[in-house]
Every structure is written in C-alpha cells, then in structure tokens.
Design a protein around this ligand. Sequence first.
Ligand code: ADP
Ligand code: MG
Length: 247
Amino acid sequence: MSISDYALAIEDLTVSFDGFKAVDGLNLYIEKDELRVIIGPNGAGKTTVLDLICGKTKSTDGSIMFMNKEMTKLAEHEIVHAGVGRKFQTPSIYENLTVYENLEVSYPKGRSVFGSIGFKCTQEVDARIKEIAKEVFLEEFLDMESALLSHGQKQWLEIAMLLIQDPQLLMLDEPVAGMSVKEREQTAELLKGICKGRSVLVIEHDMDFVASIADKVTVLHQGKILAEGDMKTVQNNPKVIEVYLGH
Ligand code: ADP
Ligand code: MG
C-alpha cells in the first residue's frame, strides 16, 4: 500500500513540551474502514496523539496526512471540516436539552440544497436523527432531558452527536470508562458498526474491550510505538508485558 491509500498517514510526528517529547517520531497508518486501538501506560502520549490530529496541540515536527491533505498547519475547525470528529473523555452534551434536541443542534448546517431549513429538509433531519439514535441505543429516549440519562447513555449521545456530522475519522478517548458491563458490550457493538465507511481510532485501557473491537492494536510507550499488530501478537510481546500488561 502507498501512503495515499491510507485514510490517515502520520509520519515522524513529534511534539516537544519544553524539551520533553510527549510524542517522539511517531509513524502511524490507518486504513479506511479500520478500527484501531491505541493502548499504553499513563503518560505514554496517547491523548496527545489525538490532540495533535485534531489540531488542539500543534506539532513540533512531522506530518499528518488525512485523506491526502496535510493537517498540521490547519486550525481546529478546518480539521473538523476535513472530516475529523473527536470525543473527549468527559461528555460535552447539552444537559438541559432532550436527546433529540442535542442531535438536532449537532446536525451539520448548510448541507441541504435548500440552504435554509425548509419542510423537506426538516423531514430529512428528523429521519437522520432517528436513524442515529437507534444506532446508539437511544431511540426510546429521544424526548428525555439529557441530564436524566445514565453515564453510559451520555457517552453514546456524544458519539451520536459526532456521527450525525458523518466524520471520515472518528476518535474516541477511553469511551467505556465508568460504563457498566452491559454498556461496554453495547459500545463494542456500536463501534464495530460505525467503522463501516470510516476510520475509527480508540484509546482504551480495558483489555477485554480492546480484544472485542480491535482490528489492530498500537502500543505507545514514552511517545513511541513499542509494538503493533493483532491483539494476540501484542499481548504476547515481552516488551508490552513488561511496560504495560504486567502491571
Ligand atoms: P496518556 O494519554 O498516554 O496518558 P498524555 O498524552 O496525556 O498521556 O501525556 C503524555 C505526556 O505529555 C505526559 O507526561 C503529560 O504530562 C505530558 N503533556 C501532555 N500535554 C502537555 C502539555 N500541553 N504541556 C506539557 N506537557 C504535556
Ligand atoms: Mg490519556
């Protein structure tokens, strides 16, 4: 495969905070329709990688090609516009709005050929909201005030608010933290469904969860890749056991 075939091609990516390299010469290639999981000890640089991709942190060196377009010099909103959606660890939903209203305000503006929100467009938005709500197990909760949702349901709502914008790359930082066993299983199903037609990049600690979703796992340690491959290969890697899994 050549670089242009990947949805995301990161090369020699480095960020230095006062001389400390949180990400150090990283090369990472993610395919279209791939669900990649990044694991590694606390402080390995996982969240910083997502910050660099979405433009929240600017790199010191290296390249981030997304859909064959260089991202490192773009502003955050331009990166969102290019098709990158990112979910942070704490959900940022509008607690006082219903599930339906949260999805409605997240629907991308100006996509309709009618320009303004007309009748036909409203129907289109309504159908899309219901479709997405079903995908994230919230179809029964559309009229509920979001504040009343469980922690897991709030996480799903935020995923839905990103999905409705149809990103080509969706990044999730520890999406199942604080979720019940049942919610974790449902989230695994959800993630396996949404990587059809887009790339998904997930940071996660729960190894059972990682095993249930990952195509490929990247282990990060001190800003560098320690190991990469399928779950089994990575789990049996002595270096990975030493710095991460053994603890
Ligand atoms: P992880 O998500 O793998 O636990 P992080 O990416 O959050 O790790 O952090 C990696 C390292 O970079 C940590 O040592 C952290 O303190 C440091 N770091 C992250 N962001 C900044 C920043 N904006 N300024 C200074 N140091 C930072
Ligand atoms: Mg982190």
